[in-house]
Design a protein. Structure first.
Lengths: 102, 627
């Protein structure tokens, strides 16, 4: 089986990461922002996997498992925060949650 | 020895009185305040008399150490009291005159709302002054020195509601401070040489440590003289004393005539060894005294305020004491201090009665005719004035002034110029005293008398009047008969003055000349102010520029105003915004501006924060790759 060239994997990871980042920046709905952050995390994970397969090392996969674990924890905290924001402000718009300005 | 053990009570009793009055004086009745205020000084005076009797039975030098004050390196001054003949004379005068003036003040200040404050300050003053003259080391002396300065300041500005009085108080404090600073530097100099400030040690070590006429001895003596000049209102720091008359009259009598202003005389007499090492400093002391006694005497002729006449006369008389110190006539200076304390306190207390009786009228030309209206005050004032003018044979001032004039001529360090200054001064003194008595007590009454003094006020007048006449007999000239009690008493502490050989023959002649000077002065006064009515106005008109100059105290106030006060106030005005402080306010302003700028980035919009993180991360990555 022909190995997929490493550049393809890294470019895919880069595109995913940029997509996630841009949507974090332009989205106002907080749930979409959370999903975008997840995309960025997975892009980073993909980069690890690709790098691991390149050097035939298990480190990349271990790092991916770490990222998954961290993402699970982060989502639980993030969802709890979202619930609180919705409870307080009756909206999911992040621009409405600007009461802590300087 | 047994009674001298109780020496510490002498300054302690007034201190206790002052503390009591400061702490609980507000809630006391006036009678209680008077009992504590005057009583503490009366007790102190009694202790002094008991100690004096003990001292006379076994004279000597006593050191009573009360406790160790502090130890810093090899500076370890203790609260130690030093009793010898010199300090005994001073504590006697301080407590005795102090006690009379306290009794006087009981009535004088009765209507005043600051009764407790007045007595508290006065007691504190007596305590500080006693510490000053009893101190066994110069640190304790300096404590007393500053203490009397503080009390003088508080009491000159006693009626602080009037800004003029506050100004006079500040003036007195600041000008004496100039002298005090010189003195403090002098103390540093002494300490750097002797590694101690114990007076006895310094006096015994100075002749071996320093050569006769060495420049460091001159410097030390001149710096001490600076302190003495400030405190004793001598040239060039004399101009605070006339303004100090803003205080209540008992204060003028006690502090600014009898005791505090003679502290300079005491300091020089106490440190006489240092001065004897330096002929330059001795000459300076003599010249300062001679010039001061002349300029102050001439100023006194032209003053119209009763108390200012007496103030200038005090400066002039202390000038005599400095003249005596300058020619090495130590005991003559102390003797003149002794007689002056009585007759000048008497004159001030009489002035207080007169001013009270005439609705606070100070101008002598609006008094007149008081001889008939206040006969007792007239008799007392006349006794004091006769003593001040040195009327021959019967007054104390005659004997003390004659002694100074004699030593100014015949003493080893005396010379014709100093003698001439003293002689002219004697004439001027007689002139202004005659003027004062004639204008105040003779002629027609110009202001009616509204209030007669009670016994609290007349008793001190009587006692002081008797003392003004009689204390002179303690020390009569050598050629009269042997009765030199004061100089004999002081001979353990202060050396006798050496006389130029062959001058004894002139003593009668010199006394005759001095008597003539006094009588001529009195006669001129009589001629101008009494015998020919209106003549003094003509004289005043003819000599208008000189009269104006003398009335303004020879323009020293204006000169100092121009030289010191105006530049300082100008700098203060120029620097109102505080230029140095601008740097620090600038730093504070930049910090606050940065704070405002960064606070604006905290806008609460989460996407901005994310953008910030992204841009920051890109920046760091870029830096990591390319730099």
């Amino acid at each position: 089986m022909n190995a997929i060239p490493i550049e393809y994997g890294l470019i895919l990871a880069g595109i995913l990461f940029m997509l996630g980042m841009v949507s974090v920046l332009i989205r106002r709905n907080i749930i979409f922002m959370l999903i975008s952050v997840e995309i960025m995390l997975n892009a980073a994970g993909l980069a690890f996997i690709v790098a691991g397969s390149k050097w035939t090392q298990a480190d990349g996969q271990i790092m991916f498992i770490f990222i998954l674990t961290m993402a699970a924890a982060e989502v639980s905290v993030g969802l709890a925060l979202i619930l609180q924001i919705y409870h307080q402000l009756k909206t999911l718009d992040t621009d409405a949650a600007n009461r802590m300005r300087g | 020895m047994s009674t001298i053990e109780y020496l510490w009570l002498v300054p302690f009793l007034p201190l206790l009185g002052a503390l009591l009055l400061i702490v609980v004086g507000r809630s006391m009745s006036k009678a209680a305040i008077a009992w504590i205020g005057a009583g503490s000084v009366v007790l102190s005076a009694l202790v002094v008399i008991v100690i004096g009797i003990g001292f006379l039975s076994s004279p000597g030098v006593y050191e009573i150490s009360v406790w160790q004050w502090f130890v810093v390196g090899n500076l370890n001054p203790s609260i130690e009291l030093h009793l010898d003949a010199l300090s005994l004379i001073f504590i006697f005068v301080i407590t005795f005159v102090g006690f009379l003036i306290h009794v006087y003040s009981v009535e004088f200040m009765r209507e005043d709302s600051g009764y407790a404050r007045f007595f508290a300050c006065l007691n504190l003053f007596v305590c500080s002054m006693l510490l000053l003259v009893l101190a066994g080391n110069l640190v304790l002396l300096y404590l007393g020195w500053e203490g009397v300065g503080l009390c003088s300041y508080l009491l000159i500005g006693f009626w602080y509601e009037d800004p003029k009085n506050g100004y006079a108080a500040r003036k007195a404090f600041i000008i004496t401070r100039v002298g005090d600073t010189a003195m403090l530097i002098g103390l540093f100099l002494l300490f750097s040489t002797f590694s101690t400030l114990d007076i006895e040690t310094i006096l015994s070590a100075a002749p071996t440590e320093w050569e006769q006429g060495s420049s460091i001895a001159t410097l030390a003596a001149l710096l001490l003289l600076g302190g003495a000049v400030g405190k004793s209102a001598q040239l060039p720091l004399q101009n605070w004393l006339p303004d100090a008359m803003a205080g209540p009259t008992p204060v003028s009598a006690l502090i600014h005539a009898a005791t505090m202003v003679t502290a300079g005389v005491y300091l020089i007499a106490r440190m006489y060894v240092v001065f004897e090492l330096s002929p330059v400093a001795m000459t300076t002391v003599g010249v300062v005294g001679a010039v001061t006694l002349l300029i102050a005497g001439f100023s006194a002729i032209t003053q119209t305020d009763l108390k200012r006449v007496l103030a200038y006369s005090t400066i002039s008389q202390i000038g005599y004491m400095f003249l005596a110190l300058g020619v090495g006539a130590w005991s003559a200076a102390i003797f003149h201090f002794f007689t002056h304390a009585f007759f000048k306190a008497l004159l001030f207390l009489c002035a207080g009665v007169i001013i009270e009786a005439l609705h606070h009228e100070h101008d002598i030309f609006r008094m007149g005719g008081l001889r008939k209206q206040l006969p007792f005050v007239f008799v007392a004032f006349f006794a004091g004035a006769a003593s001040l003018a040195a009327l021959p044979l019967v007054t104390s001032g005659f004997y003390s002034k004659d002694m100074i004039l004699w030593y100014a001529w015949a003493g080893e360090k005396g010379n014709g110029l100093l003698y001439a200054a003293g002689l002219v001064g004697a004439l001027v003194t007689a002139l202004y005293t005659a003027r004062l008595v004639i204008v105040t007590f003779f002629g027609s009454a110009r202001t009616p008398v509204s209030k007669k003094p009670g016994w609290h006020m007349t008793l001190p007048l009587g006692v002081l009047a008797v003392l003004s006449i009689t204390t002179g007999f303690l020390e009569v000239p050598h050629n009269f008969w042997h009765g030199q009690l004061i100089s004999g008493f002081l001979s353990d502490v202060l050396p006798a003055t050496t006389i130029q050989p062959g001058s004894e023959a002139y003593e009668w002649l010199l006394q005759l000349v001095a008597v003539m000077a006094t009588l001529v002065g009195v006669f001129i006064g009589y001629y101008i102010y009494m015998a020919t009515p209106g003549l003094h106005e003509i004289v005043k008109m003819k000599m208008a520029p000189l009269h104006g100059l003398m009335q303004a105290g020879w323009g020293f106030d204006a000169l100092y105003d121009l030289l010191f006060v105006r530049p300082v106030t100008w700098m203060a005005r120029a620097n109102r915004g505080d230029i140095i402080d601008g740097i620090y306010t600038g730093i504070a302003w930049v910090t606050m501006a940065a704070n405002r700028a960064f606070a604006m980035t905290q806008n609460g919009v989460m996407r901005w924060y994310v953008l910030g993180i992204v841009v920051g991360a890109l920046l760091i990555i870029t830096l990591g790759i390319f730099v």
